[in-house]
Design a protein around this ligand. Structure first.
Ligand code: C2E
Ligand code: MG
Ligand code: MG
Ligand code: MG
Length: 288
């Protein structure tokens, strides 16, 4: 009895595994189709400078507009895309669309920079830098208005292609940001050696304020020593915005200002500057 029960249990486990694999394959097929159909597109979230009181940059964040299911967030498709390698094509289409959009906004007199998330897998491709250059040139986009956001895991990567790609894109004038700083296991010596332009302090650190104030102050001091632009992620309240501003963060990003929105809505927000915040929040808009 026990034996057959064990066998049954095993078979059950096996089937669950198979179902999971099947689900993944289905999701991957859907994703490939979505890419072909142009259903993977960027939403935009502002990065606000409390000193100049302007939106200095917008971050492009991938969204899957599913014909039946509606809007699907990255957490549902980025992990599998990373695993399967499809992240290369997803990253590329987001980069292309964001660069085109930035040029369109510039033609309309809105000179905002754009930041795009880049997977370590993309940086491992030998032709990554050349591809980025081709995309910029296709739209006549100023490389200095593009920033690539990469996570801390980059600092542990041994693949020489990564260092070469980073050097090439920086030579073009593109900026490099370390995303989600403070959540991984950073090699601080390497971070200091690496030519980084910007550090984005992860929202888990920002949202732990004021409890972990000392830690965030140390991170900010380190960033100042490195002379990089400091971005505070996950700003959800006026208190967080004020703290980050007071302690020298150069740019603030989070739901307090705006959640990620589609291009048309972002355009409206950019036009409406400095009243960029929703009416309910206008009074609390830092700097006002
Ligand atoms: P990320 O690059 O760190 O982007 C910030 C994430 O935090 C976004 O989630 C954004 O919507 C969310 N966020 C912004 N402000 C707040 C806030 O005040 N509170 C809270 N709770 N969340 C906030 P999203 O759009 O779901 O993206 C999640 C992650 O997926 C991104 O984190 C990034 O790592 C990845 N991702 C998104 N698009 C791409 C892409 O095109 N390529 C790659 N490789 N990764 C992407
Ligand atoms: Mg990011
Ligand atoms: Mg981040
Ligand atoms: Mg994050």
């Amino acid at each position: 009895e026990a034996k057959s029960g064990g066998r049954n249990q095993y078979r059950f486990f096996d089937e669950t595994m198979r179902n999971q694999r099947e689900e993944e394959l289905e999701l991957l097929a859907d994703l490939r189709e979505a890419l072909r159909a142009g259903h993977i597109l960027p939403y935009y979230q502002p990065r606000y400078s409390p000193c100049t009181r302007r939106v200095v940059a917008v971050e492009a964040l991938a969204r899957w507009m599913h014909p039946e299911r509606g809007l699907i967030l990255p957490s549902e498709f980025i992990p599998l895309s990373e695993k399967s390698g499809l992240i290369n094509q997803i990253g590329l289409t987001i980069l292309e669309q964001a660069v085109r959009q930035r040029c369109e906004w510039q033609r309309q007199g809105m000179d905002v920079s754009v930041s795009v998330n880049v997977s370590l897998r993309q940086l491992c491709e030998a032709d990554f830098a050349a591809t980025v250059q081709r995309i910029l040139e296709a739209d006549g986009c100023d490389p200095r208005r593009l920033e690539l956001e990469v996570t801390e895991t980059l600092l542990l990567e041994e693949n020489p292609a990564v260092a070469r790609n980073l050097e090439k894109v920086r030579l073009l004038g593109i900026r490099i940001a370390i995303d989600d700083f403070g959540t991984g296991y950073s090699n601080l010596a390497r971070l200091n050696e690496m030519a980084v332009d910007c550090i984005k302090i992860d929202r888990s650190l920002i949202q732990g304020l004021p409890r972990n104030e000392e830690i965030v102050r140390l991170v900010i001091a380190m960033c100042n020593f490195m002379q990089v632009t400091i971005v505070a992620e996950g700003i959800e309240t006026l208190a967080m915005a004020e703290w980050a501003h007071r302690h020298g963060c150069h740019e603030l990003q989070g739901y307090f200002y705006s959640c990620p929105v589609e291009a048309g809505q972002m355009e409206g927000l950019l036009r409406g500057e400095p009243g960029l915040a929703q009416p309910a929040r206008t009074r609390a808009w830092i700097g006002d």
